[in-house]
Design a binder for this molecule. Sequence first.
Ligand SMILES: [Fe+2]
Ligand SMILES: [Fe+2]
Length: 143
Amino acid sequence: MTLDSRQQANQSDLASLTLIGAASIDKEHLALFAQLDRLHGNPSAHPDTEAFLEVFSRLGRQIGAHFDSEEAILKACGMPPDQIAAHVRAHDEILEQYAQLNLDLMEGKTLTRSEALLTIKRWIIDHVVHHDTRIRAYLPELT
Ligand SMILES: [Fe+2]
Ligand SMILES: [Fe+2]
């Protein structure tokens, strides 16, 4: 198996493990996973390079827009208010961490590629696995 096909296999495993069942959300998650993959697939994308910063800035906009659309679904799906509040708080924490890291990078703070990728993985994959997959149980109420 080539590295590319192995990555694709992992990608489709991840896609099926994290399917929520709301097409727009699932599509946005895949787009976020693809950005992380782009960074993983380019070994020269260190945090101080144009290649990294370009993806990182697009990722910030994408995450913000995704959280807005996901929160609209969260608030309409019948999930208990305390669970919604905890999920929205997790989004806000990610947005704060993103803004702080963006500031750090602009101020020239050195960060290794693996630290940066690990942080982005926490924002994208870990969040989807630990928070977003809980939405599944409430989606039938939307239909
Ligand atoms: Fe999400
Ligand atoms: Fe979320």
